[in-house]
Every structure is written in structure tokens, then in C-alpha cells.
Design a protein around this ligand. Structure first.
Ligand code: DQA
Length: 150
């Protein structure tokens, strides 16, 4: 849903992020995706932003949501999960977006396997935040606020 009086931030989450809380908690922490949505949304409210928080395991859904948001969102925060490292389709969709894009990851992808060191999202991202667990999303929101306030 789009809110007219507030800036709209689309927050996209890719595959397996719906399993947060259960999924490798040593790596990703114990917060569920629902917890992250709740914390981010309440933080965003104090800044007068509307958060549209979505998750899909399907690359096509993520691409469709990016395409649909190109005229309606003020910024995109994206954790594309494993598609970060594989998806030229998501990269091409993000190239349609003129608004700021912030790439986030819960884990520090540079401390992990080599195949996680490359991101197809980073070349179109304003910046990348990784390694702070669920707090990465809050840092991304603060970065969006900083960019949009300029
Ligand atoms: C992740 C890192 C990716 O490498 C991984 O495939 C994920 C989660 C993160 O948030 O740390 O699914 O994007």
C-alpha cells in the first residue's frame, strides 16, 4: 500500500529470509523476519516514513515488485539473500530505479565463503550495510533518511 503523505520505502527480502529465527541463528541471530519488520516499521514511523516490507523465495516476485515500485517508492532497501550472488535479473530490474537503493545483509558476507564476496546488487547500490544482524536494517533506514534529507 502506498501512503500519499509519507515517503515510501520498499524493503525487499529474498529467499530463505522467511526462515530467520530458525535458520542458522549463530550466523543470522534469533530475530524473525516479523520482528525485523516490526522494529523497522516502528522506527520508520518516528521518521514519518511508510515501510512496505516484503519477502519472497521467488526471483520473479522480487523483480516484479522492483518494476512496480519504480514510480511509487522513495527508496529501496534490499536483502536479496542468495540472489545477491547470482541474479542478473534483479540487477537489471534495479537499474530501472532512480531512487536510492541500499543493500543490506545480516551477516558479514566478506567474512564468509568466497562465493558470497561478489554481489550483483552492489554496483547499483548507494551503499552496502552488512554484518550487524537485524540492526543492519535499522542502519539502512538511517542511511535512507540521511540521503533523503539532503
Ligand atoms: C544474506 C547473506 C547471503 O549470502 C545469504 O545467501 C542469505 C542471507 C544475509 O543477510 O546475511 O540468504 O543475505
Amino acid at each position: 500500500m502506498i501512503e500519499i503523505n509519507k515517503k515510501n520505502i520498499l524493503v525487499l527480502n529474498g529467499p530463505n529470509l522467511n526462515m530467520l529465527g530458525k535458520r542458522e541463528p549463530d550466523l543470522y541471530g534469533s530475530d524473525t523476519l516479523g520482528d525485523i519488520d516490526k522494529n523497522l516499521t516502528s522506527q520508520a514511523l518516528t521518521m514519518n516514513y511508510h515501510i512496505d516490507f516484503r519477502q519472497s523465495n521467488s526471483e520473479g516476485d522480487l523483480i516484479g515488485w522492483i518494476q512496480d515500485s519504480r514510480d511509487s517508492c522513495d527508496a529501496i532497501i534490499i536483502n536479496a539473500g542468495a540472489y545477491t550472488h547470482t541474479s542478473i535479473g534483479i540487477l537489471d530490474a534495479l537499474r530501472l530505479i532512480k531512487q536510492p537503493i541500499i543493500e543490506v545483509h545480516l551477516s558479514n558476507i566478506f567474512k564468509r565463503e568466497d562465493f558470497r564476496h561478489h554481489s550483483y546488487i552492489s554496483p547499483v547500490a548507494h551503499g552496502v550495510i552488512c554484518g550487524f544482524g537485524s540492526h543492519s536494517y535499522i542502519l539502512a533506514l538511517q542511511s535512507v533518511h540521511n540521503i533523503l534529507s539532503k
